[in-house]
Write a protein that binds this ligand. Structure first.
Ligand code: ZN
Ligand code: ZN
Length: 286
């Protein structure tokens, strides 16, 4: 266990009830030298559910911060971690879903907030309205059932319908589909991937990557005041083209800034190259 000067030997509360500690806690304990605890009876569902019967409080980052703050209140500790995930169409390829995971650190002693994140198209996020048991099994196979859990409900946007979550066996799946079909007004069933971390090993991996990103950011120390979380706040394009020397769309420099003392620093050629590939140049390769 390595000790971090600001966090070493402290207790970090992890606000989760979906077993995210399985991937988050070992990394934080090993890299920061803290002891991670999960508060008992901490109901993170009050901050929003993937199955939409409870709307999320604020945006993704606000929801994660709220969870961390709630955990601090409940336990009286001074260091907390929380994570929050979203699934949305990829901005450039709308047919592909993209998972964004964030993990936040809130330290009330040092007055620091640091956010780690992971963007990944590695997700089984999917839903379908189906009518037959054959369609159910086809969907289940495609999304990695039974290693990945499923949710079955009546198709409705009202948020009041019965929702059966955490389905991980064929028997449970058949029973759930039959039950909902029997109640369904139009003979249809909505089937979805269960995105809660403990039912979704693919998502769990992305949470682990976001945790690694958080640790990386914690280790980026402000050269002026030594505060962790010294991070890129802006990227400037314009890396000169190898052939014509005109500015390209590739990154020329990154600006790092300290959240605490506002000290900033420009890092030239952050990608380790000083000239752009002419293929990226709008004049040489139109
Ligand atoms: Zn600083
Ligand atoms: Zn050029």
């Amino acid at each position: 266990m390595t000790k971090h000067s600001l966090f070493g030997d402290r207790v970090g509360v992890l606000a989760t009830m979906h077993q995210k500690e399985r991937v988050i806690a070992p990394l934080l304990e090993r890299e920061l030298g803290i002891k991670v605890v999960v508060p008992e009876n901490f109901d993170t569902d009050t901050f929003g559910t993937f199955t939409r019967e409870i709307k999320r409080t604020g945006d993704q980052l606000q929801a994660a911060k709220l969870k961390a703050q709630k955990a601090l209140e409940l336990t009286g500790e001074t260091l907390a971690f929380a994570s929050e995930g979203t699934f949305a169409p990829h901005p450039a390829f709308p047919y592909i879903s993209r998972n964004r995971e964030i993990v936040v650190l809130i330290d009330t002693i040092n007055e620091i907030e640091i956010v780690g994140q992971e963007f990944s198209t590695d997700t089984n996020f999917s839903h379908k309205t189906i009518q037959t048991i054959e369609e159910v099994f086809e969907f289940a196979q495609k999304v990695g059932f039974p290693e990945h859990g499923l949710v079955v409900m009546e198709p409705s946007d009202e948020g009041k319908q019965e929702i059966i979550k955490g389905i991980i066996t064929e028997k449970q799946l058949i029973e759930a589909v039959e039950l909902i079909l029997a109640q369904s007004r139009n003979g249809k069933v909505q089937i979805e991937t269960d995105m809660r971390a403990l039912y979704n090993p693919t998502r769990m991996k992305n949470i682990e990557k976001a945790t690694r990103d958080l640790i990386q950011k914690i280790k980026q120390i402000c050269p002026k005041c030594s505060c962790p979380g010294f991070d890129v706040v802006q990227r400037k394009k314009g890396l000169p083209c190898e052939w014509c020397n005109l500015p390209s769309s590739m990154t020329l420099l990154e600006i790092y800034q300290c959240k605490k003392c506002s000290f900033n620093q420009e890092i030239l050629f952050p990608d380790g190259i000083e000239k752009a590939d002419p293929a990226q140049c709008m004049y040489c390769n139109p």
